[in-house]
Write a protein that binds this ligand. Structure first.
Ligand code: AMP
Ligand code: AHG
Ligand code: MN
Ligand code: MN
Length: 385
């Protein structure tokens, strides 16, 4: 006997179940719901498909910016484009090292100290080697400065073909977080070599406002390159399957005010009065106002990345123990200050614009406060009192 509840649909119409069969009453509603769901899934699939056919990779972005520069100035050669692509490759290689560090036994100390007396981790050493080797062979650089190298590297003294740019970099930022698997990064800044120079330390002992490009790559839950060439800030996320960084954060603008402060408050007993008073003001803001949230990762790249996206203030001040704080001017302070300013924020030492500081030596340190305009202005008001 055929089951009366199994009814074949009539052409162009929905089958109607006889009374008494389960689902007979809600049948039309259910079909409509199913149809709606199917259409929604189809639409999402189509949108995703459309999106995937026109992705803007970092390679595409850099090439089109190069073409744009060339259309405005016919002396543009393409060297900058090649250098930015070398830096992109470097970030991919370091990202791969970072991801495999635990299984490939790259965790732990290398057994040396760098010029700043800091213990080098194995990943510091490998990342540094990767950067130096790839930049030396890029043909686009004349001078390199690395956090991990005591002296400047003059490319032609190392058998490399000298180019018109000088790159200053922190190959691996946030080393103390490596073993815990917390976000770390690579920071770089680019100067154009001085006219007539064959490559010397003078090419990099220049204020940050003379940098032509700066960026970082953060190795976190995803790898993100954030880049400025002096025309705004763009963020790219690595699609590991494609092997390309994809534009995910176009034209980043930092909120004019945030609600996060990011300082190593463990150093409070050494902080100077303006910083202590400012921190008190965000924690005890007065009647009817909400206090700020504290977030401090201890990797500058990660703390700056969050500040760029969410707003607020990040600071590493000078204190009673350290005249100029901890962070390095050339390859931490300048690139981050350049990015923050390009995103509409402020970066100050407490006394002057970070980008106006004149470096005296390549490993100089700088007190720094950076982030949302209004938050940094609030902090500065305590310095002016
Ligand atoms: P080049 O001759 O290729 O080294 O470029 C000269 C200048 O043009 C650079 O210093 C940049 O200011 C600008 N420029 C060239 N290519 C690019 C690019 N791909 N992205 C952004 N700016 C670029
Ligand atoms: P690096 O690992 O390159 O030496 O840099 C570490 C820096 C920076 O990433 C971070 O903002 C700061 O050190 C954290 O310092 P504290 O541990 O003193 O807070
Ligand atoms: Mn660092
Ligand atoms: Mn470092």
């Amino acid at each position: 006997m055929p089951d009366p509840c199994v009814v074949a649909p009539v052409r162009g119409r929905h089958a109607v179940l006889p009374r008494g069969c389960a689902g007979a009453n809600g049948q039309t509603t259910l079909s409509r719901l199913m149809l709606f769901l199917l259409l929604t899934i189809f639409q999402i699939a189509m949108e995703t498909q459309q999106h995937q056919t026109d992705i803007i990779t970092l390679t595409r972005h850099v090439l089109s910016e190069g073409a744009r520069a060339r259309s405005q100035d016919e002396t543009v050669t393409g060297e900058m484009t090649l250098l930015l692509n070398s830096l992109q490759t470097i970030c991919k290689v370091i990202e791969n090292l970072v991801r495999k560090a635990r299984v490939n036994d790259l965790i732990g100390i290398a057994g040396n100290q760098n010029v700043q007396g800091e213990e080098q981790k194995k990943l510091d050493v490998y990342s540094n080697e990767v950067m130096i080797k790839l930049l030396l062979s890029s043909g686009q650089c004349s001078v390199l400065v690395s956090e991990e190298e005591d002296n400047v590297i003059v490319v032609k003294e190392h058998g490399g073909h000298p180019g018109k740019y000088c790159v200053v970099f922190d190959p691996l930022d946030g080393s103390s977080n490596i073993d815990a698997g917390v976000n770390i990064g690579t920071i770089f800044g680019i100067y154009r070599i001085l006219d007539g120079s064959e490559g010397s330390v003078k090419d990099v002992l220049r204020p940050g406002r003379e940098m032509v490009a700066a960026g970082y790559c953060m190795y976190g839950s995803s790898a993100n390159i954030v880049l400025t060439t002096g025309n705004g800030v763009n963020g790219f996320t690595l699609d590991n399957n494609v092997g390309e960084f994809v534009l995910t954060h176009p034209n980043i603008e930092i909120p004019s005010r945030g609600n996060i402060y990011s300082f190593n408050e463990g150093n409070s007993m050494y902080f100077h009065e303006p910083v202590i008073k400012y921190l008190e003001s965000v924690k005890f803001p007065g009647e009817g106002k909400k206090p700020y949230s504290a977030r401090y990762i201890g990797s500058m790249v990660a703390d700056v990345h969050r500040t760029l996206l969410y707003g607020g203030i990040f600071g590493y001040p000078s204190d009673k123990k350290t005249k100029n704080g901890k962070l390095r001017l050339l390859y931490e302070g300048f690139p981050m200050a350049f990015l923050i300013e390009q995103a509409g924020g402020v970066a100050t030492t407490g006394e002057k614009r970070v980008l106006d500081v004149e470096p005296q030596s390549i490993h100089d340190r700088v007190p720094i406060f950076l982030g949302s305009k209004e938050d940094v202005q609030d902090l500065l008001s305590f310095f002016h009192k």
